[in-house]
Design a protein around this ligand. Structure first.
Ligand code: ACO
Length: 378
């Protein structure tokens, strides 16, 4: 008996899975809004803390609300001695995304409200994660180099604090602003793979830490957040602008993916790329090294001309982070430090109007048969 094949959307391409009021991705105009505000305007005019507040509350904060938000975040950055000890015990060569995934899982076991899935408790836990994730990323990174963790300084902004936790000092304001812009651009993007993972976990009634651990696991993949690291490895492999076009041709010859290009939703350009490229260019000026941006310009031009494929946010973010002085393994964890805001907003939204996420599959395995006794099995 033949069964008709249902309409299968592999990769859920084009499937509208639910409503959301957090952000709107508009591929027809290459634009993106968070709670109605264009992401490029937020990046230029607001701090990342204001954007985090917006994503969680639906409105931008006034001065008093922002001061309270900053105070609350800055006051909760410290890790417990137990977590610092666990981080020191991680294998030196552990992938930093595995390290932050494990650290967040441990934070869940320590959190007094871990199992409380009510909205007020989830909001308090989201704030604790926002505050502690950068400290854990930096502590794990420093431990992998045999260095002690740096105690957080609550007088610093979120962006300044990340530099301080990693390097022990805060760079010049242009560098901090470029980093802050990248955090805003990475904060939220609709039903991407990691956010949808977090929503799926939430839909079972599981808690925020579980959803975020799942989100981090999904983000690590090179087709998603892991691409910002892959971009910088690619640029380092190319080495100099004169080799860019020839190198790209060899990728085309092998039908290989070029990291930092293409997007499931945007087919005519990623709304976040122009802003991030401008700030990456500024970093090249500050550092006095134009090589990476020149290579990027050549690769982007050639990809467009030959394949009609545009760069995504990871393409300018990779060299920007390198020029800011970060080691490549920190790039995707930085994405985590930002996206915790979007994930939490979606977890709150999913839980507020929940229905278990449980799609169907079309079975293509063996036809029904009876279990043979052991002696009759080949
Ligand atoms: N390099 C080379 N070819 C590509 C690339 C790329 N980066 N992206 C897409 N293509 C090709 C595909 O192979 C396909 O060719 P085909 O029709 O000959 O088979 C064609 O372009 C159309 O691609 P889609 O199938 O529509 O791409 P899809 O939506 O399935 O995948 C994805 C999107 C996963 C992002 C893909 O473009 C990719 O792997 N890019 C590289 C990884 C990357 O940069 N990821 C970051 C995503 S953005 C973010 O997480 C911030």
């Amino acid at each position: 008996m033949s069964e008709t094949q249902p309409d299968i959307r592999k990769g859920l391409v084009g499937v509208v899975a639910d409503v959301s009021a957090v952000s709107k991705v508009m591929p027809e105009t290459n634009s993106l809004t968070y709670r109605g505000y264009p992401v490029q305007d937020l990046a230029e005019n607001c701090s990342f803390e204001e954007v985090a507040y917006l994503l969680w509350n639906g409105e931008l904060p006034n001065a008093g609300q922002l001061a309270d938000f900053r105070r609350e975040e800055a006051g909760q950055r410290a890790l417990t001695p137990a977590l610092l000890e666990v981080i020191r015990a991680f294998p030196r060569d552990a992938h930093p995304m595995d390290a932050i995934r494990t650290a967040v899982s441990f934070m869940g076991m320590e959190d007094p409200e871990a199992a409380d899935t009510s909205e007020p408790a989830t909001r308090r836990k989201a704030m604790r994660l926002l505050a502690k994730i950068p400290t854990a990323i930096a502590a794990a990174h420093r431990a992998s180099k045999g260095l002690d963790a740096i105690a957080p300084d609550p007088s610093l902004t979120f962006a300044e604090s990340f530099f301080h936790l990693v390097f022990g000092k805060v760079p010049q304001p242009e560098v901090v602003k470029a980093f802050d812009v990248s955090l805003t651009l990475y904060a939220e993007h609709g039903f991407n793979a990691s956010t949808f993972t977090a929503r799926t976990i939430t839909s079972t009634g599981a808690d925020l830490h579980g959803a975020v651990v799942g989100g981090i696991a999904a983000l690590k993949g090179p087709l998603h957040g892991g691409a910002n690291e892959a971009v910088m490895h690619m640029l380092a492999e190319i080495g100099e602008p004169a080799r860019a076009v020839e190198w790209l041709q060899s990728r085309f010859d092998h039908r290989a993916l070029v990291m930092g290009f293409g997007h499931r939703v945007y087919k005519n350009g990623d709304s976040r790329v122009p802003t991030m490229t401008r700030y990456a260019e500024k970093m090249a000026e500050v550092v006095g090294d134009r090589r990476w941006m020149e290579m990027s310009r050549l690769l982007a031009g050639e990809m467009l001309a030959k394949k009609n494929i545009h760069p995504n946010l990871d393409f300018p973010a990779g060299p920007a982070y390198h020029l800011m002085g970060f080691d490549i393994p920190l790039f995707t964890p930085i994405f985590v430090a930002s996206r915790i805001t979007g994930w939490s907003a979606h977890v709150i939204e999913q839980a507020a109007d929940n229905r278990l996420i449980r799609p169907l599959s079309h079975y293509t395995g063996a036809t029904q048969r009876s279990v043979p006794p052991m002696a009759e099995r080949g």
